[in-house]
Design a protein around this ligand. Structure first.
Ligand code: NAD
Ligand code: ZN
Length: 345
């Protein structure tokens, strides 16, 4: 099978021929049809400090995928009678342990022993993927393979957006990367009043407007408190979804929130970043760190929303054959891309 492999330290990835793996007794073998490129994959491509510390070499990378079940491990038919060969699936890329307190109380997404496919164990950028049957998520007719391949980042967006009640609220999203754009679309879908999204990159603001219908603002040109006033907010935004990892964005968010406002933080700042905690205390702001997505509640909610009209297809800007992966990474690097989807069929 073809597979995109990180073979050695340094930049880049190699497309190699590898044997098709056999599924373990509790696994399914998936014929991968579409995969999504993620910021994480770009970190691995570039081989930054995080990648060097985290990724064992050599490794097949990739964690955003959709495909069909090609084979079932020996124990799967009895343990997961709903899964069968030929079924279209996506899946949760976090492989959880079963012994931690969090896991045993059903809070699977908080298991500290989690390992990621395509990060610590072989991933999805290949013709075939082995995955624990527990992690497979069947796809309904309404969700085609390319949307199936971006459910992982949509899950980040949904998990973050649903952290707080958004009905009738004024919502600020900072960072119009693919996840920020999808979070803005989710906020509008679930009934927020005003949704404003910020990004200094004009291409990303244009994409955000087109996909989510949110008001897109250049944070270097417009003061958010001014934007809030223009839209008729009396005090400011009720809820902030931080999706840029930028210190300046978090500062502006704290500034433009109401007293008692709530912030969900998904963006990952590079290293330590100074925070003016006194403003957060005096404004009585609640901050929630968000990692991954809830297993499997977020999957349930996002599939239901896609079935009842949530449309995020516009966030996919590049569709490329798997062999042209390098073009996809180049577009991501240049800030030209929303989601890049590779075709493995
Ligand atoms: P991305 O890098 O594509 O998008 C980030 C956007 O933020 C860019 O468009 C950039 O121009 C914009 N930005 C930079 N400075 C800004 C500022 N001052 N104000 C507003 N916007 C600004 O990222 P993505 O793939 O959409 O992911 C969003 C964030 O979430 C990243 O920080 C990523 O590392 C993080 N992430 C976290 C998790 C998690 O589980 N916590 C999972 C996936 C991604
Ligand atoms: Zn991802």
């Amino acid at each position: 099978m073809r597979a995109l492999v990180k073979e050695a330290p340094g930049e880049g990835l190699a497309l190699r021929e590898l044997p098709v793996p056999d599924p373990a007794p509790d696994e399914v073998l998936i014929r991968v049809r579409r995969t999504g490129l993620c910021g994480t994959d770009l970190h691995i491509w570039s081989w930054d400090e995080w990648a060097a510390r985290t990724v064992p070499l050599p490794l097949v990378i990739g964690h955003e995928f959709a495909g069909t079940i090609a084979a079932l491990g020996r124990d799967v038919p009895a343990a997961f009678p709903d899964l069968h060969e030929g079924m279209r699936v996506s899946g949760e890329g976090h492989l959880i342990g079963r012994t931690s307190r969090q896991s045993r109380s059903g809070r699977f997404h908080l298991d500290p022993e989690t390992r990621g496919i395509g990060v610590q164990v072989p991933g999805a950028f290949a013709d075939y993927l082995r995955l624990p049957a527990f992690n497979a998520v069947p796809l309904p007719e309404a969700i085609d393979d390319e949307i199936g391949a971006i459910l992982d980042p949509l899950g980040n967006a949904v998990h973050t957006a649903l952290s707080f009640d958004l009905v009738g609220e004024d919502v600020l999203v900072t960072g119009a990367g693919p996840i920020g754009i999808m979070a803005a679309a989710v906020a509008r879908h679930v009934g927020a009043r005003h949704v404003v999204i910020t990004d200094p990159n004009p291409r990303r603001r244009a994409l955000a407007r087109a996909v989510s219908g949110a008001v897109a603002v250049d944070p270097s040109a417009e003061d958010l408190r001014e934007v809030a006033r223009r839209l008729g907010m009396v005090q400011g935004f009720d809820v902030g979804l931080e999706m840029s990892g930028s210190q300046a964005a978090l500062d502006a968010m704290v500034d433009s929130l109401v007293m008692g406002g709530r912030i969900a933080l998904l963006g990952i700042p590079p290293g330590k970043s100074p925070v003016d905690w006194s403003r957060i205390v005096f404004k009585a702001i609640t901050i929630k760190g968000v990692y991954g997505r809830e297993i499997f509640e977020t999957w349930y909610k996002m599939i239901a929303m896609l079935e009842n009209g949530l449309d995020v297809r516009g966030v996919i800007t590049h569709r490329l054959p798997a062999e042209e992966f390098a073009r996809g990474f180049a577009a991501m690097r240049a800030g030209e891309a929303g989601k890049v989807v590779l075709d493995w069929t």
